[in-house]
Ligand binder design. Structure first.
Ligand code: ADP
Length: 509
C-alpha cells in the first residue's frame, strides 16, 4: 500500500497538473485527486465508491505501464469535450488483494487544437502554392498582405517585396485612378465575382510589361477586418491562341470566298457553254433535217418503184437507206427537242382538254406497230379526263412510253393505259406492258440522256436513248413526276402525274 501511494505521489509531482484516479478491483473509485476535480468537474465526494462517470477501460494484468499514453476524448461534468492523454497501470490497494487500476490523465485539448491549427495552416499554404493562378490577399488600405509563388513569378517581385506593396502597383497607370473607386465600391458590396466582367483587363509586371488577365475577387474576414482575395490568371497564352484561331478562321473565310467566286465564275462559264451547246445543237439539227428529208423523200420514191423497177439487191439497199435515214431523223428530232428543253426554250401551251380523247388518238397511232407483233393494246378509261396541260406534249409523253412498251414487249404480249386520280389532286397515267422488264438498279438511270438498258427484245439496239430523258423533262415542266416499277421478265409499269391545276413548273434538273 505504502509503495503505491509513494508511486502516486511521484507521478503527481513529476508530471505537474495531472488528474490521478484510482479504481479498486470492482472498478469503483477509490481515489480521486483534487486535480481530477478541477479537470473533470466531479468532486471526490461525488465519485468515491462510484463507477467512473465516463468510459475508460483498463484490463488488470495487461498494463502497458505508465509510460504509454493514449489520447481519449471525454466529456466533463458540464458537457465540455476535452482530449486527455491517459496513462494506466495496475494498482494494488493492499497486498494480496485483486489489483485495481490507476489512471493518470493529462488535458491535451489545447495541444491538439494547436496541432490542428498548424496542420490546416500548412495545408492552406500548400494549396496556395499549388494553385495555378496568382493569389493575393489585400487589406482595406489596398496593401498586399499575402501572395503565393505564382504571384511572384507573374509580377516579377519577390514575395517579401509583394507583401506590403500597394496593389495598384500591379495595374497599368491608366487604370489606377479608377481602381481606388472600384475597391471602395467592392468594400461596400462584397461578394465573390469576376472583376470588371466583360472588360479586357490588363496587369503590369515589374519590368513594365503589360499582359492580359482575368481576376476573380472574394471577400474574407480576418482579425484585422474584411479583406479581399484576388485570384489573377494570366491569359496571354489563351489570347495568343484565340488570336491565332481568329487569323486561321479569317484566312479560311477568305479562301472560301475566293473559291466560291471561282466556282461561281466556273458555273457561269459552264452555263454559258451549255447554252451555246444547246443552241448549236438546235441549229445544227435544223440544218441536218432539211437534207435528211430530201434523202428520205427520194428513197421512199425509189422504194415505191414509180420510176422503174429495182432488182432485189437495189431494193434492199434502198430499204437500208430509208430505215437508217428515218432513224437519223428520229435522233435529230429528239436532240432538237432535248436541246430546246435544256436551253429553256420549251414553252408549254396549256389548255384544258379531255385527256381520254388524246389517249385514244395516241393508241390509234400505235396500233399498226402493235399489230405487227400481235400485241394487244387496251385502256381502262371511263368518262372524261379534264386535264390542263400542253396537249401536244402530253401526247408526246404517252407516245414515248407506249412506243417503248411496244418495242420492249415480245410478240403476243399486252400493253395497257390506265388513268387514276391521286389524293393530291393530280391525274396519274400508267403505261404497263408484259415485256422484258428492267432491273431495279437501272430504274433511275434509264431516265438519263443516252442511257439504254442492257437488252432489247430482239437483241438489237433500237431507238436513241433520249425518249425517257425528254419524257421526264416534259412531265417535270408540267409540275409532275415520272417513275417506273419493273422487274426483269415481269413487264414494266411507267407512271407519270400531271397536276390538275396549273402550277408553277419545277426547275428542270
Ligand atoms: P430508247 O430510245 O432506247 O427507247 P428511252 O430513253 O426511251 O430510249 O429508253 C431508255 C432505255 O430504257 C431503253 O433503251 C430500254 O433499255 C429501257 N426501257 C424503256 N422503256 C422500257 C420498257 N417498257 N420495257 C423495258 N425497257 C424499257
Amino acid at each position: 500500500m505504502f509503495q503505491d501511494w509513494e508511486r502516486l505521489f511521484d507521478l503527481a509531482t513529476s508530471a505537474g497538473s495531472l488528474a490521478v484516479i484510482g479504481l479498486d478491483s470492482r472498478n469503483l473509485v477509490r481515489f480521486w485527486s483534487p486535480s481530477a476535480h478541477r479537470m473533470l468537474g466531479w468532486s471526490s465526494e461525488e465519485t468515491l465508491g462510484q463507477p467512473l462517470p465516463f468510459p475508460l477501460k483498463h484490463s488488470p494484468g495487461k498494463s502497458r505501464g505508465l509510460d504509454a499514453q493514449l489520447h481519449v476524448m471525454l466529456r466533463t461534468k458540464c458537457g465540455e469535450q476535452i482530449i486527455v492523454g491517459v496513462r494506466a497501470s495496475d494498482w494494488n490497494e493492499a497486498p494480496g488483494q485483486r489489483p485495481g487500476a490507476l489512471y493518470v490523465l493529462q488535458d491535451v485539448t489545447l495541444q491538439h487544437k494547436e496541432e490542428d491549427e498548424a496542420r490546416s495552416a500548412r495545408r492552406f499554404r500548400e494549396l496556395l502554392e499549388a494553385a495555378p493562378d496568382a493569389i493575393l490577399e489585400i487589406d482595406r488600405q489596398g496593401r498586399i498582405v499575402l501572395a503565393n509563388a505564382i504571384a511572384e513569378r507573374m509580377f516579377g517581385y519577390a514575395r517579401a517585396e509583394l507583401v506590403g506593396l500597394e496593389v495598384d502597383n500591379l495595374l497599368p497607370s491608366a487604370m489606377r485612378a479608377r481602381h481606388k473607386q472600384h475597391r471602395e465600391h467592392y468594400d461596400a458590396h462584397p461578394s465573390t465575382r469576376p472583376m470588371g466582367s466583360g472588360l479586357k483587363l490588363e496587369a503590369i509586371r515589374r519590368d513594365m510589361e503589360r499582359f492580359p488577365v482575368e481576376i476573380s475577387l472574394s471577400p474574407v474576414d480576418s482579425e484585422e477586418g474584411q479583406r479581399v482575395i484576388a485570384i489573377v490568371r494570366d491569359t496571354s497564352d489563351r489570347h495568343a491562341t484565340e488570336e491565332k484561331l481568329l487569323q486561321i478562321r479569317e484566312a479560311f473565310a477568305r479562301e472560301l470566298a475566293h473559291k466560291n467566286d471561282e466556282l461561281q465564275k466556273r458555273n457561269r462559264e459552264i452555263e454559258k457553254s451549255d447554252r451555246l451547246k444547246s443552241e448549236f445543237l438546235a441549229s445544227m439539227s435544223h440544218e441536218l433535217r432539211t437534207p435528211l428529208h430530201t434523202i428520205i423523200g427520194f428513197s421512199e420514191l425509189l422504194s415505191e418503184q414509180m420510176q422503174g423497177p429495182l432488182n432485189d439487191k437495189q431494193k434492199r439497199f434502198v430499204e437500208h437507206i430509208l430505215r437508217d435515214s428515218l432513224h437519223l431523223l428520229e435522233l435529230i428530232n429528239d436532240i432538237l427537242d432535248l436541246s430546246k428543253i435544256e436551253s429553256g426554250r420549251l414553252e408549254l401551251h396549256r389548255e384544258t382538254f379531255d385527256a381520254g380523247v388524246s389517249i385514244e388518238e395516241v393508241l390509234a397511232s400505235m396500233r399498226p406497230r402493235a399489230a405487227q407483233k400481235s400485241i394487244e393494246l387496251s385502256h381502262g378509261l371511263n368518262g372524261t379526263i379534264e386535264l390542263c396541260a400542253d396537249r401536244v406534249r402530253f401526247k408526246e409523253i404517252l407516245l414515248n412510253l407506249l412506243g417503248n412498251a411496244v418495242k420492249f414487249t415480245p410478240e403476243h404480249g399486252r400493253v395497257a393505259v390506265e388513268v387514276a386520280r391521286e389524293s393530291s389532286g393530280s391525274w396519274r397515267f400508267t403505261v404497263s406492258d408484259t415485256g422484258i422488264g428492267i432491273p431495279p438498279e437501272e430504274h433511275e438511270a434509264i431516265f438519263d440522256k443516252f442511257y439504254q438498258a442492257g437488252s432489247t427484245t430482239r437483241g438489237i439496239r433500237e431507238g436513241t436513248g433520249l425518249g425517257l430523258a425528254i419524257t421526264r423533262h416534259l412531265v417535270q415542266e408540267h409540275g409532275g413526276r415520272v417513275w417506273v416499277e419493273s422487274e426483269p421478265g415481269r413487264g414494266s409499269r411507267f407512271s407519270f402525274t400531271i397536276p390538275d391545276r396549273e402550277i408553277i413548273a419545277w426547275p428542270v434538273s
